[in-house]
Design a protein around this ligand. Structure first.
Ligand code: SGN
Ligand code: CA
Length: 517
């Protein structure tokens, strides 16, 4: 009633034009929306905006053209769940407790950007991959998430109220559609924060059926260090993630020979007859090609590399198309102007560098992650940002953007001033800590990266130090830690490492730092 009276008064008292202006002011004053598109294992090396010349990623590149590309975005712990936990809470793994993918359930009772934003009046939702264990998510008005890693075809989703629903189709398309549906039914009078969590481009790299074979005519360049012998790097030698030995013909490259059990391949098992027909029509041809060529030794490893690239990049093409679709939706619904859209991966990935797939190591390809964002009127189109940012910076940035108070516990730094071209202190050193000690046999380690050097301490599995001069050795092939000429440098970097450990309160690393070689 009271509002009606005010409205009548306003109508009488003001010129219609003035009233419109006033209303526009009210609408514009609404706090900005946030859309975080978070993919899985998407390597920056495979994105054209990041310099890949063999393929195009027009969806992601739009963000670079209309917004900013971050050249130096890094993660705290290069693995799925832990990176997401760091993004959500703005803290390192030892603070949020989610140190690895296998031994933990995320504790949702802690502070997160979702909770802070929800409390301050935002509508919050997470759609797609979350991968934080079995606990019921908190801080979200709506969720529709894949159980664990989820499935590429005809996936199940666990939705608000803990019900499970199976959808027919391809996971990236479904997640995009689900996100649009949520945007359609949200309350437009409130700002929103939406996380679109894609499963792509996670192993076992299965594209939408329409993208099968998309890159079959391209012969991909082998990375310079594809046939790495791991000299001077004990932990690199001990891993189990090579294309040559670890990558499996059936499981990864979908080449089933007679006797291979299809029953264990959940993804294929759940396809419809029609989907299976298209799938096998494609992969049976690949199998015939393999049999005809019958490569051996290095030639077989290179054949596997080409197949890996083709499947991975086709999966990435399905992802890229859907990112374009989400951007189109925002544009067509008048949402682009007042929305910060971010695209990033939970970590980087090896595309044959060092002979590998997977991630985990503090070496550049997995430590660094692609990150691009658009925020019209604030970020200058075509910006390239070379400051160090980390996944823990997102939570404080989002809260800052929503005019909220960043909880003391959060360890990231809001990069909003960087976007606004205001004074921004940032950081000169990056701290990293990886814990998991299982699949792919990557030894736990922690370390720092400065603008020129990287110092890593491996422990638990391999006990060793590594030091790289990134200026002279950007591919991290020569560990110079034991070089007597580097002693002074190593000592000063160790001091910096101790400082970072103390700053972030990583007691476990502090204890290990004081022991061993
Ligand atoms: C699965 C994969 C691994 C991968 C982990 C973690 N194996 O276990 O290759 O390293 O996930 O990935 S698979 O054959 O089952 O795909 S993460 O992105 O979830 O951290
Ligand atoms: Ca991942």
């Amino acid at each position: 009633m009271k509002q009606l009276k005010l409205w009548d008064f306003a109508k009488r008292a003001l010129q219609p034009g003035l009233l419109l202006l006033l209303l526009a002011g009210v609408v514009h004053a609404q706090r900005p929306n946030i859309v975080l598109i978070l993919s899985d294992d998407h390597a920056f090396q495979t994105i054209s905006a990041y310099g890949n010349r063999q393929i195009q990623t027009p969806g992601i590149d739009r963000l670079a053209k209309e917004g900013a590309l971050f050249n130096k975005a890094y993660v705290t712990n290069s693995i799925c769940g832990p990176s997401r936990a760091s993004i959500l809470t703005g803290t390192y793994s030892h603070i949020n407790g989610f140190k690895d993918n296998v031994s933990f359930n995320f504790n949702f009772s802690q502070e997160s950007f979702a909770k802070v934003l929800q409390k301050s009046g935002y509508q919050t939702a997470w759609i797609g991959k979350m991968h934080l264990g079995d606990s019921i998510p908190q801080g979200l008005d709506y969720y529709s998430i894949l159980p664990g890693q989820g499935q590429y075809y005809n996936p199940d989703f666990i939705q608000t109220g803990n019900t499970t629903r199976r959808y027919q189709g391809y996971v990236t398309d479904i997640i995009t559609e689900e996100a649009e549906n949520w945007l359609e039914r949200r309350d437009p009078s409130k700002p929103f924060c939406l996380v679109i969590g894609h499963k792509a481009t996670h192993r076992t790299w299965m594209p939408a059926l329409e993208d099968l074979g998309r890159y079959d005519n391209i012969n991909f360049d082998l990375p310079e260090n594809f046939f790495d012998n791991y000299a001077t790097r004990e932990a690199a030698a001990a891993q189990d993630m090579t294309i040559a030995k670890t990558m499996r013909m059936a499981h990864d490259l979908k080449i089933y020979e007679t006797g291979d059990s299809l029953a264990i391949e959940n993804s294929v098992k759940r396809m419809t007859a029609d989907q299976k027909k298209q799938w096998f029509a494609y992969y049976n041809k690949i199998k015939a090609d393999l049999h005809a060529k019958a490569p051996q030794g290095n030639a077989l490893t290179e054949w596997k590399f080409q197949r890996y690239m083709k499947d991975y990049l086709s999966t990435a093409a399905s992802l890229d198309r859907n990112i374009g679709k989400t951007l189109d939706y925002l544009d067509q619904n008048g949402l682009s102007k007042n929305t910060l859209v971010i695209y990033m991966s939970d970590q980087g990935f090896y595309m044959g560098e060092h002979g590998w797939f997977d991630k985990r190591f503090m070496y550049e390809e997995s430590f660094r992650t692609p990150m691009l964002m658009r925020y019209p009127g604030v970020i200058k189109p075509g910006s390239v940002i070379n400051d160090y940012v980390m996944n823990i910076d997102l939570a404080p940035t989002f809260i800052d953007l929503a005019d909220g108070a960043v909880p003391d516990r959060m360890q990231g730094i809001s990069f909003l001033p960087l976007l606004q071209n205001k004074k921004y202190a940032g950081r000169n050193t990056l701290y990293y800590h990886y814990y998991e000690n299982g699949e792919h046999a990557v030894s736990p380690h922690f370390g720092i990266k400065t603008h020129r050097y990287k110092l890593i301490r491996f422990y638990n599995k391999i006990e060793s130090w590594e030091l790289f001069d990134l200026e002279k050795d950007p591919r991290e092939m020569k560990n110079i830690y034991s070089d007597p000429k580097m002693k002074v440098l190593a000592t000063s970097l160790k001091k910096e490492l101790a400082k970072q450990i103390k700053h972030y309160g990583d007691k476990e690393a502090a204890a290990i730092f004081g022991t061993g070689k």
